[in-house]
Write a protein that binds this ligand. Structure first.
Ligand SMILES: N[C@@H](CCC(=O)N[C@@H](CS)C(=O)NCC(=O)O)C(=O)O
Length: 239
């Protein structure tokens, strides 16, 4: 089998990637112990859907973290969800949607729309793009993200409404995790990779976000981030 190549946006602040979708795929690869070559891309534009992550698998380029994971499960005959009941598998899809189709957009709003985060964003998320291209590309990228936020609907809400939406999602995650180590018990599943990737990208990075306080108040979510990171990233400080 040819080497699996995985392309992801840059890592910063002790996280493998500033992109939750890239980090989710990386975490999945670690849970499933799939050998691969990890390659950092400065923009998502090399991917087949102009989004990161993407992979080269069996000579084919493909995008979208969830579609990639489904393919990897088949090719490598692995399934970190094989201990889940059918009811839990249903809940897992619902959590994935909550995180990726809703909470993720609050994170995007906080990073790209808050004036106080703009300087950090330009030099971190876009930081691997060499100058002067970065300076030229940054305002274009920001306009494009604001359009996406409006298209999604998140960008049309008031600040207070966005906070209330985030609070509901974070409380739901916290309530479901409760006193468990991982979302479905003692053994991690794809859900843990998904939730870790977005929560770590909210909390571990130097962007202003009201969600940081919400995570602190939830009590069980920060220990979850720490637990997952220790298990799969250990002393890997470059990650
Ligand atoms: N559904 C996709 C979403 C990927 C995605 O939105 N990636 C972001 C980075 S976190 C991206 O590349 N955005 C660039 C853009 O939309 O222009 C997946 O699961 O991979």
């Amino acid at each position: 089998m040819s080497e699996l190549k995985v392309f992801h946006l840059p890592g910063r602040w002790d996280l493998k990637s500033v992109s939750p979708f890239c980090l989710k795929l990386d975490a999945f690869l670690r849970i499933a112990d799939i050998p691969h070559h990890s390659i950092t891309a400065s923009t998502p534009f090399g991917g087949p859907k102009n989004k990161a992550p993407w992979v080269e698998i069996e000579g084919e380029i493909m995008g979208d973290s969830s579609l990639i994971i489904e393919r990897l499960k088949k090719v490598y005959q692995v399934n970190p969800d094989d201990h889940l009941s059918s009811e839990e598998r249903g809940i897992a899809v619902a959590i994935e949607r909550l995180v990726e189709e809703n909470l993720y957009w609050v994170m995007v709003y906080d990073r790209w729309c808050r004036t106080e985060n703009w300087a950090t964003l330009k030099d971190s998320v876009l930081g691997d793009i060499p100058q002067p291209l970065r300076a030229m590309l940054a305002p274009y990228a920001r306009r494009s993200v604001k359009k996406q936020l409006a298209g999604h609907g998140m960008g049309l809400h008031s600040h207070a409404e966005i906070c209330a939406i985030a609070q509901r999602d974070i409380s739901a995650l916290s309530d479901f995790l409760a006193a468990k180590s991982y979302f479905f018990g003692d053994r991690p599943s794809l859900t843990d990779a998904t939730v870790y990737s977005v929560l770590a990208n909210i909390y571990a990075v130097p962007f202003t976000s009201p969600m940081k306080t919400m995570l602190e108040q939830a009590q069980n979510l920060l220990p979850f981030i720490t637990r997952f990171k220790a298990e799969y990233y250990g002393d890997d400080t470059a990650q």
